[in-house]
Design a protein around this ligand. Sequence first.
Ligand SMILES: Cc1ncc(COP(=O)(O)O)c(C=O)c1O
Length: 340
Amino acid sequence: MIDFYSDTQTRPTRAMRESILDIETGDERHDEDPKTLELCERVAGLFGMEKAVFLPSGTMCNEIAIAVHCKPGDEVICTRESHIIFAESGGPAALSGVMMHPIDGDRGMLTPEQLSAAIRPRSSHAPRSRLLVCEQTANLAGGAIWPAEQLQAVSETAKTAGLATHLDGARILNAQVATGTPATTYASGFDSAWIAFTKGLGCPVGAVLAGSREFIEEAWLFKRRWGGAMRQTGVLTAMCLYALDHNVDRLADDHALARKIGTRLERMKGVADVLPVETNIVIFDLSPKLPEARDVASSLRARGITVTVVGKRRIRIVTHMGVGSAEAEILISALEELAG
Ligand SMILES: Cc1ncc(COP(=O)(O)O)c(C=O)c1O
């Protein structure tokens, strides 16, 4: 299959696999695994935060952050299309007993005014507005990049009102590579932030959550409680270190390929709209004259190509190190046949 379904479909390369052969390992839950300690220190530095913890998945980073920042009955403010709402199996409610307060943002982003309007005045009748969560890049908004000033402005609004702030930075390095703005700047108004290693960076497992010393101490409590404490994680974290050294700059290639696909889609008569392409995600809407997105996705699948259906007429294409120009041409030809 040619996989434009997600950047999670990357496979570890031979060089990445070889990077674990000669490493020393130890027990991560006793802070004895050298590669894991090194990775956590590097990611904490990348965000300008004090400490970090290695976790099996991005979902666990988000869910632990919510659990640490909130008490049951608190309210989490985020945009309606946030991963914590649409793809974490109701985790915030099930694990932390919080309420979600979704806001209709613009391309996955809020303004300080929208946030101010959403924060509830303190009252014993109302839930306590407690946490702001932002996503950099905004996945379902087509990998849109929050401008650093806007992230700063919303985090300041949140802080002034007494809320904690969490940044879902699954693809923050895509934003860093696309704009040249460092992750440290994007994360500067946030109490916690994380990056994924299983997406554009090409690793098989892993995400790292960063925050203050006290935050990470609390995060460890949930990591153990929820079964995320592991042992010789060096075999995973050495690959993450390899990815930080070798796979960050190349994200620019994924962005160029996504732009190329977006430009070609814009010319197709059967495509009603293409969201601006800023990173490695292309989201487009089919015109009402065409079959629905799931039928178009099935036709693509029959031609050996996978994409994601993200709405009745909406399809998502994601570029990553497992696809290149040749695969993009096959995808474009197939789409031209179906929607040209
Ligand atoms: C924006 C965003 N947040 C969180 C996640 C969850 O990451 P994981 O699949 O590692 O649980 C994803 C996964 O695609 C994502 O796109």
